[in-house]
Design a protein around this ligand. Structure first.
Ligand SMILES: [Zn+2]
Length: 336
């Protein structure tokens, strides 16, 4: 049903028969009630299959917001047990992780640029923009975005960029059948390789900023990926989210990080000891917000793993870096 309906609507859109007016969804929470969101948007979505060139004039560009669709698989008990907090203590790091991981890890990056067939979709991301994206990613992972940005051992190095023109892949639903087919067809490298897909995809016509799979679910498979909407990259149309930090956020998931608001105020939250608990995502940049007053510390609104605006996101914590290292050693290094 879905592909057939979409094809028909894409054809209609190409003929200028549709006028998108929907607010675009952005990347989203593992705790979001997806069914409610999908239900609310379903009727409107059915007439807005994709963004056409005509739809991307300035006056038609809606307000982007993170948080209406899931950008990772829904968190399960299996996810919560995949990297347990006791494995990320300093003592465990010294005994088990440090001997396995070199002090510097170079991550090979395969970039898969998908082109659409409508105007302004045909050459969305050339080599200069790919290089710029990796500079932003490397700066964040080197601790360069701010004084509180803990450095990591990872450097992302471009291995190859390929370009594919296919409208169905350009507008693929996140983690839908076409999205999976695209990933299986283009995926390169082993468990340590970052496969980065750039298109304008989203759930049932609601474009999302980005999505990713956790290492314990996908490392070493053809579905291991980070996907970013070209509008969430520098020069993209997603105002407030076009500085490149969506890429940093999604690679954070690829490294094994949960959202900072995972689990809300109760329990062990995101399983990282130095990110304060947070009841809900932050969508703006509300300084001093404290949604879990019984938990020490203000909400981590500047953390890359919250849903704040790009300009607000500047930090990984040392605890998050230890979790990344533990996950990488277990699932991506092939050495443990
Ligand atoms: Zn996320």
């Amino acid at each position: 049903m879905r592909p057939r309906r979409t094809l028909a609507l894409v054809a209609a859109a190409a003929l200028g028969l549709t006028t998108p007016t929907l607010p675009l969804a952005a990347h989203a929470s593992a705790t979001t009630d997806l069914s409610a969101v999908s239900g609310a948007g379903a009727s409107a979505v059915s007439v807005v299959p994709c963004l056409t060139g005509a739809a991307l004039r300035d006056q038609d560009v809606p307000v982007w917001r993170r948080g209406q669709l899931e950008d990772t698989p829904t968190i399960t008990e299996t996810d919560l047990r995949a990297v347990v907090p006791s494995e990320t203590t300093r003592r465990s790091m010294r005994a088990e992780v440090e001997p396995v991981l070199p002090s510097r890890v170079t991550v090979p990056v395969y970039v898969h640029v998908i082109k659409g067939t409508h105007p302004r979709e045909r050459n969305p991301f050339g080599p200069k923009r790919v290089a710029q994206a990796l500079r932003i990613l490397n700066n964040a992972f080197a601790g360069g975005q701010g004084a509180q940005n803990a450095p990591t051992r990872y450097t992302f190095e471009l291995e190859r960029t390929d370009y594919t023109k296919r409208d169905g892949w350009y507008h693929a639903y996140n983690n839908g059948p076409r999205d999976d087919r695209m990933k299986r067809a283009l995926h390169r490298g082993g468990a340590d390789a970052l496969n980065l897909y750039l298109n304008r995809g989203g759930e049932d016509g609601l474009p999302v900023l980005g999505w990713a799979r956790f290492p314990w679910r996908a490392a070493g498979t053809e579905l291991d990926h980070v996907s970013i909407n070209v509008d969430a990259m520098p020069g993209g149309l997603a105002r407030g989210y076009n500085s490149g930090d969506t890429l940093v956020h999604e690679v954070g998931h690829w490294m094994g990080l949960f959202h900072t608001f995972q689990g809300g105020c109760e329990g062990s939250g995101d399983l990282v000891v130095d990110t304060a608990a947070e009841a809900q995502p932050e969508f703006d940049c509300t300084e001093g917000r404290d949604t879990c007053p019984d938990d020490p510390g203000l909400d981590p609104i500047h953390n890359f793993m919250d849903y704040s605006l790009d300009a607000c996101m500047t930090e990984f914590t040392a605890g998050q870096v230890r979790r990344m290292d533990t996950a990488f050693a277990q699932y991506r290094s092939g050495r443990s």
